[in-house]
Design a binder for this molecule. Structure first.
Ligand code: PLP
Length: 366
């Protein structure tokens, strides 16, 4: 085996080594078909079966009841910022947005180009250190008829915060960007009318975007937008209307099987909590040498963010970490600071090594 870095990249991000090795085994010749899966028509029985089974496996791992459908789309989560309002924000109705970070803000800005979008809560003035409470996001009975949906970003990848619990929305469909959140903790996914995730954080390589929706929601969907933008098209054709990103779907399948072998989402959640605690404990014991960005109850378990005394010291930290075999610890270019993205595929050992590195770095520079 080649040397493997302690990979804390925010996305694309670490994949399970087992998955990469299995993909390597099957890359040139896919299961006796005499060719790679990437060379095979998506209309073959082999691909159609893979496509179908991967959708079913995802719904089953998420514990979703009948009535939900999984779609495989392209364009990343950012395309969903536009497709959600194009499909679901009809005239005379309002899309509600909770702004808890830069991706949430982008989703809102895209919705404004489509229809009537409103900010119902924002943590921008608080430096993104909190997320709104369930109470703040309650849709009053009197308004629920006009509200097309409430959109939230469940885990804020850049800022390092997350919703500890999902808001109560009653009859209003809850829409979730779960790109850096999906499969990281047990959650009642049936609380969502629709959620979406670019695959490149917790699900696989870039290239496929997973959208899961309650079929009933299609009743409010627009039919005056191009066919290729309609969720209905993907539902009707089981995501085979046009050529899907076949290799990315295949990799997603391997990742989902890996999730099952780990014991499912509950087992991953226990491991993720342990991983994040290793890093937060060092921060909290550092007497301000490492300063967490997010208030305790809203701290993300996937993206752990902190600041240090000044930018020079932060730069020195990143450079020293890279010499020690760590990758991806610089904060997002727009906010600076430091960030460790500890997605499902990042092993506990990598977090333990990082915690030790942080302790040692403080000893030398604190
Ligand atoms: C990464 C990320 C995005 C952007 O995803 P793309 O696939 O690059 O469009 C959007 N939302 C969240 C929460 C993310 O983490």
């Amino acid at each position: 085996m080649d040397y493997r870095a302690h990979n804390f990249f925010p996305g694309p991000a670490a994949l399970p080594l087992e998955v990469l090795e299995q993909a390597r085994e099957e890359l040139v010749g896919y299961r006796g078909h005499g060719m790679s899966l990437m060379e095979m028509s998506h209309r073959t029985e082999a691909y159609e079966r893979l496509n179908e089974e991967t959708q079913e496996l995802l719904l089953s791992i998420l514990g979703l009841p009948k009535g939900y459908r999984a779609l495989f789309m392209g364009g990343g989560a950012s395309t969903q910022f536009a497709l959600v309002p194009l499909n679901l924000l009809g005239p005379g109705r309002k899309g509600w947005y909770a702004i808890t970070g830069q991706f949430a803000e982008k989703a809102y800005e895209e919705a404004r180009t489509v229809g009537d979008a409103a900010v119902v809560a924002s943590s921008k003035a608080m430096g993104w250190s909190v997320v709104p409470s369930a109470e703040e996001l309650k849709v009053p009975e009197s308004e629920s008829g006009q509200v097309a949906y409430l959109h939230i970003t469940v885990n804020n990848t850049i800022e390092g915060s997350r919703y500890p619990v999902l808001p109560e929305v009653g009859e209003v469909p809850l829409i979730g960007d779960v790109t850096s959140e999906v499969l990281s903790r047990t959650m009642d996914y049936s609380r969502f009318g629709l959620f979406y995730a670019g695959a490149q954080k917790n699900l696989g390589p870039a290239g496929v975007t997973v959208v899961v929706l309650r079929e009933e929601l299609l009743k409010q969907a627009s039919t005056s937008i191009p066919t290729i933008f309609r969720y209905e098209t993907y539902v009707k054709h089981r995501s085979l209307y046009n050529t899907p990103p076949v290799h990315s779907v295949y990799m997603l399948r391997l990742v989902l099987e890996w999730v099952q072998r780990q014991g499912g989402v509950a087992a991953l959640e226990r491991r993720n909590v342990e991983k994040a605690r290793l890093l937060y404990d060092v921060m909290d014991a550092s007497r301000g040498f490492y300063r967490g960005v997010v208030a305790q109850p809203y701290r993300s378990v996937m993206n752990i963010t902190w600041r240090m005394a000044d930018e020079a010291l932060e730069r020195m930290f990143v450079e020293a970490s890279e010499r020690e075999g760590f990758a991806g610890l610089a904060g997002h270019r727009s906010v600076g600071g430091l960030r460790a993205s500890a997605y499902n595929a990042v092993p506990v050992e990598a977090c333990r090594a990082l915690a030790e590195f942080m302790t040692e770095f403080q000893r030398r520079h604190g």
